[in-house]
Design a protein around this ligand. Structure first.
Ligand SMILES: Cc1cc2nc3c(=O)[nH]c(=O)nc-3n(C[C@H](O)[C@H](O)[C@H](O)COP(=O)(O)OP(=O)(O)OC[C@H]3O[C@@H](n4cnc5c(N)ncnc54)[C@H](O)[C@@H]3O)c2cc1C
Length: 412
C-alpha cells in the first residue's frame, strides 16, 4: 500500500515537473528568437526522420542552435503518421485522416532561418574519415553536407503497426482497405500479442461481437517482460471477457492462410482474415557500424553512436538499442538529450547522459472500443488504472495540438 502511495505522489510531482519544463522551454525559445541571427552559409545539423524522436529533436534544435548553425530535417512521409490510432482506425471507419498530422506548425515559432524541411528519403550516409561530419545522399540525387547528424529513422512494419505508405492519400487508402478486409472477415486471426495485436483483436471483437476473433502469441503470456505479471494476466482476462480467443505458445503454420491455420497440436483454426502484428524492423540499414544483431543502433549514454569515430552522429527513438519500453514518450526524452548534447558539443561543454525514467514506460492500452487500461511501473511497484474510453478517435486531437497543428485542419 505504501509503495502505491509513493507512486501516486510521484505521478503528481511528475505533472508539476512537466509544467515547469514547458514554461522553461517557452522562456528559452523566446530568448533564442531574439539572439539568433541568419547567416549566408549555415552549417547543417541533419535530422533523418521526423516522427516522435526526429520531429522533437528538430524542434529543440531550432529553438536552441547558436547563430551559424541550422537544422535540416529530412523526412520521406508527407505527414506525421500517428501510430497510436492505427489499430483503431483499421477496426473503425471514418477517422482515417486524423492519423496524418500536417508537418510544419511545430517549428513555426522558431526563427525561419534556424531550420529547413526536405521531403525526401536518405539513401546513403557518407561520414568524413576524420569524423568531423559528412554528407547524406537523397533519393532525388541531392547531396546534403552535415556537421552533426541525428538518426531518428524508427522502425518499419505493416498495418496496424505502421502505415507503410509515404503520402497521406495512399495512407488513407491503405487504412480503408485494411478496414474493408477486417469488416468482411468472419474468422479473424491476429498473430502477435504485443500492444498492436491486443488492441486490434479487442477492437474488432467489440465492433462486431458476431465475428470469431483469435489472437495467437508465440510466448507463454501476452505483452513483454516490461509489463508486470498482473498487467499481463489482466489483459488476458479482459480479452476473455470480450470473447477474444487467446492461444499462447504457438507459431501456427498455414496450409492456406485464406481458410485456416494449423497449431502444433494439429488443431485447425478457421481464418479468412489474417493480420500479422509481428516483426517490426529497425531502419538501421544506412549504417555499417554501431548496429546490434537485432538491427538496432548501439549508442553511448550521451546518445552518440557507439563507434568512437562517429562522435558527431546521434540516435534517438525506437531505433536505439536499449532494453526499455519503446514509445513516443521515451523517443521525445531522448530527442531532448540529443539536441542538448549537440548544442553542448558545439559550445565545447561536457555532454549530459540519458537515463530512462520510470514514467517513460507508462502505457495506455485500449481494451475494445469502450475501455482502456493504463499501466505504470516506477521500479518498486506497478499500478493498473481502468479508464473509460470516451472517444472513438482516441483523442488524436491531443497529439495534433502537441505538434502545434489545429485539429483537424490540413492546408494541403
Ligand atoms: C500500434 C502502436 C501503438 C502505439 N501506441 C503508443 C502509445 O499509445 N503511446 C506511446 O508513447 N507510444 C506508442 N507506440 C510507440 C510509438 O509509436 C513509437 O515508439 C514511436 O513512433 C517511435 O518514434 P520514432 O521517432 O523513434 O520512430 P518512427 O515513429 O518509427 O518514425 C521514424 C520516421 O523516420 C522516417 N524515416 C525512416 N527512414 C528514413 C529515411 N531513410 N529517410 C527519411 N525519413 C526516414 C519515417 O518515415 C518515420 O517518419 C505505439 C506503437 C505502435 C506500433
Amino acid at each position: 500500500m505504501l509503495s502505491k502511495l509513493i507512486l501516486i505522489n510521484r505521478i503528481v510531482l511528475l505533472a508539476f515537473h512537466h509544467l515547469l519544463f514547458r514554461l522553461r522551454l517557452k522562456v528559452t525559445s523566446l530568448i533564442h528568437r531574439i539572439t539568433y541571427s541568419p547567416v549566408s552559409n549555415p552549417r547543417d545539423i541533419v535530422v533523418i526522420g521526423a516522427s516522435f524522436a526526429g520531429y522533437h529533436a528538430a524542434y529543440c534544435l531550432a529553438h536552441s542552435l547558436p547563430t551559424g548553425y541550422r537544422v535540416t530535417v529530412i523526412e520521406k512521409n508527407s505527414h506525421f503518421q500517428l501510430t497510436w490510432v492505427l489499430s483503431r482506425f483499421c477496426a473503425v471507419q471514418g477517422h482515417e485522416s486524423k492519423a496524418f498530422i500536417p508537418y510544419g506548425p511545430y517549428l513555426a515559432k522558431a526563427p525561419g532561418s534556424a531550420y529547413r524541411w526536405v521531403c525526401d528519403e536518405v539513401t546513403a550516409i557518407v561520414s568524413d574519415q576524420k569524423g568531423n561530419g559528412g554528407r547524406v545522399q537523397l533519393r532525388s540525387g541531392e547531396i546534403i553536407d552535415y556537421e552533426y547528424l541525428v538518426l531518428a529513422t524508427g522502425s518499419s512494419a505493416t498495418l496496424p503497426s505502421r502505415v507503410g505508405e509515404e503520402s497521406k492519400e495512399d495512407g488513407i487508402l491503405a487504412l480503408r482497405e485494411e478496414h474493408q478486409r477486417l469488416r468482411e472477415g468472419r474468422n479473424v486471426v491476429v498473430i502477435g500479442g504485443g500492444p498492436a495485436g491486443i488492441e486490434l483483436a479487442a477492437d474488432v471483437k467489440t465492433k462486431d461481437p458476431e465475428k470469431n476473433v483469435t489472437l495467437i502469441h508465440s510466448h507463454g503470456t501476452v505483452l513483454n517482460s516490461h509489463f508486470g505479471m498482473d498487467m499481463r494476466q489482466r489483459v488476458l482476462n479482459e480479452m476473455e471477457t470480450l470473447g477474444v480467443r487467446v492461444i499462447l505458445g504457438e507459431r501456427p503454420s498455414a496450409s492456406d492462410e485464406t481458410t485456416e491455420l494449423i497449431l502444433s497440436t494439429g488443431e485447425k483454426i478457421p481464418c479468412d482474415c489474417l493480420v500479422k502484428c509481428i516483426g517490426q524492423k529497425p531502419n538501421s540499414n544506412l549504417l555499417s557500424s554501431s548496429v546490434s544483431p537485432s538491427g538496432h543502433i548501439q549508442v553511448r549514454p550521451s546518445l552518440q553512436l557507439a563507434d568512437p569515430s562517429l562522435g558527431n552522429v546521434y540516435a534517438a527513438g525506437d531505433i536505439i538499442d536499449r532494453d526499455i519500453i519503446k514509445n513516443g514518450r521515451a523517443a521525445i526524452e531522448q530527442a531532448q538529450i540529443v539536441a542538448q548534447n549537440i548544442v553542448r558539443q558545439i559550445q565545447g561543454k561536457q555532454l549530459v547522459t540519458y537515463q530512462a525514467q520510470w514514467w517513460e514506460g507508462a502505457t495506455k492500452l485500449t481494451m475494445g472500443l469502450k475501455k482502456n487500461l493504463v499501466y505504470m511501473n516506477d521500479g518498486e511497484t506497478d499500478m493498473i488504472f481502468p479508464m473509460k474510453n470516451k472517444r472513438e478517435d482516441l483523442d488524436s486531437a491531443m497529439v495534433w495540438r502537441f505538434f502545434g497543428a489545429k485539429p483537424y485542419e490540413d492546408p494541403e
